[in-house]
Ligand binder design. Structure first.
Ligand SMILES: NC(=O)c1ccc[n+]([C@@H]2O[C@H](COP(=O)([O-])OP(=O)(O)OC[C@H]3O[C@@H](n4cnc5c(N)ncnc54)[C@H](O)[C@@H]3O)[C@@H](O)[C@H]2O)c1
Length: 452
């Protein structure tokens, strides 16, 4: 019989804390990923503390309000009743058993990974680290970030000389490290969050077990992989797979348009194959925090290995070109009415990066608006989720949401985001001309519609 080891004791104590909901869970970064995660733990009766550097978010949450459209104030209040609170004071991390990091991982102006949010967070956590604590990174990033970037900061800057646990025999001078990617699909109501399996890679086997047990209390299935880097790479594979396949259908759409074929009809027909085909859909360009950004984390890292990720670069080139395709389609459509973009009144319908969500990040609508404005169009927009578009990372539009009436005043309506609550038939009826980038007008026969 194997003797009872220190690792068994640590795991037993941890499991018991989780079963009895006595583990204190800290979530750093209360955005689209961190806030829903905090609510999930709170629903399962854990005591959750949220940490964010944005004082307005902290204040809103502590007043029982929400700043994310699909999360109601009532949900925040229910979590508050369960002990949830938000703070910007990292000193409170000291009382956490597990800390989960959900901060942004954007690209910088040179299209390179910007890890400053992760490194800032690690600098803030380190002074408050305690032996036996579990720290999990969830932010999407290149393989190696957890071990090569985050761990060295935590080890160097904690005040008790603690080390990240690497071997099989834990000591009381160690903390535990894992990476577990977020797989949420905003707006997707077909899969419950609980049913999305959670991939977990620990720096050592015990860290993987602790993290799996923690996530096992809110997800139905956890999928352990051999290391944090394997978990980091898993997430990138998933997103690169999407990015490349979307580029493929975008390119085939351009060919189909030239050949007089309907790509949507063809995708629908191909989708009837019961194996070996997964449908992806063309659109006006990529948007969101993930698909336009994450693949470039890997292509940047690959250079360190003298390796060129050609699929990623080609997909990026095709997808980035789609807003320009929309611009030329609008120009062509107006031309058929003996009009030009210059001076035209154009309504962009839907600006969120995909339908039925309140997220504008990297939305192709923003690029399309800018391109149309540069050509001299007077652009208005409508989107039920955004009353105003001000200044973002790469644009400064200062536009107020137009009313969805008197649509005949516009020379052209461009459907960029196919929100479900639009009455497309009514819109086509009132409009002079509709350019549809999403096949939102399927089934409507009208020579006012240009599908692009
Ligand atoms: N949004 C998604 O659907 C999604 C899906 C999968 C993965 N991800 C990944 O999850 C991560 C987070 O994305 P998000 O969409 O939640 O971002 P977000 O911008 O909505 O939220 C991030 C939050 O972190 C806070 N923050 C930044 N620096 C901080 C610091 N030093 N300390 C404390 N808080 C800090 C910000 O104020 C913000 O509230 C990213 O790596 C992203 O790629 C996002």
């Amino acid at each position: 019989m194997t003797p009872f080891s220190a690792a068994d004791t640590t795991l037993d104590q941890w499991m018991s804390k989780i079963r009895q909901r006595q583990a204190n869970v800290g979530i750093i970064g209360l955005g689209y990923v961190g806030l829903p995660l905090a609510l999930l733990y709170s629903e399962q009766k854990f005591r959750v503390s949220g940490f964010d550097i944005d004082a307005r978010k902290v204040d809103t949450l502590n007043r029982g309000g929400s700043y994310i459209y699909r999360i109601s104030g009532e949900e925040i209040q229910a979590a508050r009743a369960q002990g949830f609170s938000a703070t910007s004071d990292y000193a409170q991390l000291n009382t956490m058993d597990a800390t989960i990091i959900c901060v942004p991982t954007p690209l910088n102006a040179y299209h390179e990974p910007d890890l400053s949010f992760i490194t800032d967070t690690a600098h803030s956590i380190a002074p408050h680290l305690r032996s036996g604590q579990l720290v999990v990174l969830e932010s999407t990033t290149y393989p190696g970030t957890t071990e090569e970037v985050m761990v060295p900061i935590l080890e160097k800057e904690n005040q008790s000389g603690l080390r990240a646990a690497r071997g099989d025999h834990p000591t009381d001078r160690e903390f535990f490290i894992a990476f577990s990617p977020e797989r949420e699909d905003p707006g997707n109501t077909t899969v419950a969050r609980r049913d999305i399996p959670k991939v977990v890679g620990g720096l050592n086997p015990l860290a993987a077990q602790l993290a799996s047990a923690l996530y096992g209390s809110i997800f139905n299935r956890t999928v352990p992989v051999s290391s944090p880097a394997a978990a980091e790479m898993t997430k990138l594979l998933e997103n690169i797979y999407r990015c490349v396949n979307i580029a493929l259908v975008n390119e085939l759409k351009l060919l189909c348009l030239r050949m007089g074929l309907d790509i949507w009809e063809i995708i629908a027909a191909a989708s009837t194959k019961p194996f070996g085909f997964h449908a992806f859909y063309p659109g006006p360009g990529l948007g969101g925090h993930c698909i336009p950004v994450d693949p470039f984390y890997l292509s940047w890292k690959a250079k360190e290995w003298d390796f060129r990720t050609r699929f990623i670069e080609l997909a990026g080139e095709i997808n980035n070109n789609m807003p320009y395709h929309v611009l030329s389609s609008v120009g062509g459509a107006l031309n058929r009415h003996q009009k030009s973009i210059n001076g035209a009144r154009i309504l962009v319908l839907g600006v969120a990066y995909k339908k039925d969500i309140d997220d504008l990040r990297e939305s192709p609508a923003l690029t399309i608006i800018e391109l149309l404005q540069k050509e001299g169009a007077q652009v208005s927009y409508h989107d039920p989720y955004f009353p105003f578009i001000g200044k973002g990372r790469r644009y400064d539009l200062q536009l107020k949401c137009a009313e969805l009436k008197n649509l005949g005043q516009y020379d052209c309506i461009v459907i960029v985001t196919d929100h479900s609550n639009y009455d497309y038939r009514g819109i086509v009826q009132e409009a002079q001309l509709v350019v549809d980038t999403r096949n939102a007008t399927r089934g409507i026969e009208s020579d006012k519609i240009v599908r692009c």
